[in-house]
Design a protein around this ligand. Structure first.
Ligand SMILES: C[S@@+](CC[C@H](N)C(=O)[O-])C[C@H]1O[C@@H](n2cnc3c(N)ncnc32)[C@H](O)[C@@H]1O
Length: 245
């Protein structure tokens, strides 16, 4: 990739998202094996917040089943490897351009926490209920890690070679706890050159009230467990909701 211009900012963000994950989230690879097991019986899968396909692609490659991978970021979807049965869809999970029916939905890696208000989360869960067949499951991966974040000033969070940039990239980060979410600002740089700047806002687990939210959207909560996070990331919870008939 060449030096960034404004239209390239989204492409840089998507590229650096993968670079970040490669270096910071190695322990989270366990979620892929977990999702394969949880969805073993399901033929038509919906992944909400599929990003660049870290979870959606292996789910599709497993038995070449049908996986619809929804993400709001076209730049991230463009980086998603193609696979038989995999359909990337650029859409807001609060307004799905889909009919279904799907046999199961996976909301991986804290994606629901990117929806900051209860009405937004209700819209997303209601849309999921609309496109899932009766009796189908939604599996929602959330984290309590955000709730405990302390305020920090800008600090160097990561510095690693980045092949797409052809240089070592520095990721600078600042965290600001807010009333119901944490603001995480990131600045990706090569020396003094800023490649792109990103703001993420993650709702606290304590704000989600997932059981009530699932109930209002038409799901029964059938269980909550630590899923793949039991050893490496005990702050993780997986909520399993079954769409009511
Ligand atoms: C934490 S990432 C997870 C990506 C990928 N599943 C993974 O595990 O690496 C959350 C994803 O949700 C997407 N997203 C955030 N809000 C969304 C919305 N309202 N509708 C659809 N996708 C959304 C973001 O673009 C991002 O790619």
């Amino acid at each position: 990739m060449s030096a960034p211009t404004a239209p390239d900012a989204a492409a840089w963000e998507a590229s650096l998202y993968d670079w970040h994950n490669d270096h910071r989230l190695r322990r989270q690879q366990a979620d892929i094996a977990y999702w394969l097991t949880v969805t073993e019986e399901d033929e038509r899968l919906l992944v909400l917040g599929a990003g660049t396909g870290r979870v959606a692609v292996p789910l599709a490659e497993h038995r070449h089943r049908s996986v619809t991978a929804v993400d709001a970021s076209l730049a991230r979807l463009r980086r998603m490897p193609r696979a038989p049965g995999l359909t990337p869809v650029c859409a807001d999970m609060r307004e799905l351009p889909l009919h279904g029916p799907f046999d199961a939905a996976v909301v991986p890696y804290s994606t629901l926490q990117l929806l900051l208000t209860a009405p937004d989360r209700h819209r997303a869960l209601t849309e999921a209920a609309r496109v899932l067949r009766p009796g189908a499951y939604i599996h929602i991966d959330v984290s309590g890690n955000f709730d405990a974040r302390a305020a920090t000033d800008w600090h160097l969070a990561l510095a690693e070679p980045c092949p797409a940039a052809g240089a070592t990239v520095e990721e600078w980060e600042r965290q600001t706890p807010m009333s119901d979410h944490v603001l995480i600002e990131k600045s990706f740089r090569i020396g003094e050159q800023v490649l792109t700047e990103v703001q993420e806002r993650w709702a606290y687990l304590g704000s989600l009230r997932t059981e009530a939210a699932l109930d209002r959207a038409g799901f029964d909560l059938t269980g909550t467990d630590h899923g793949y996070g039991a050893e490496a990331s005990p702050h993780r919870l997986i909520h399993h909701g079954r769409r009511r008939h």
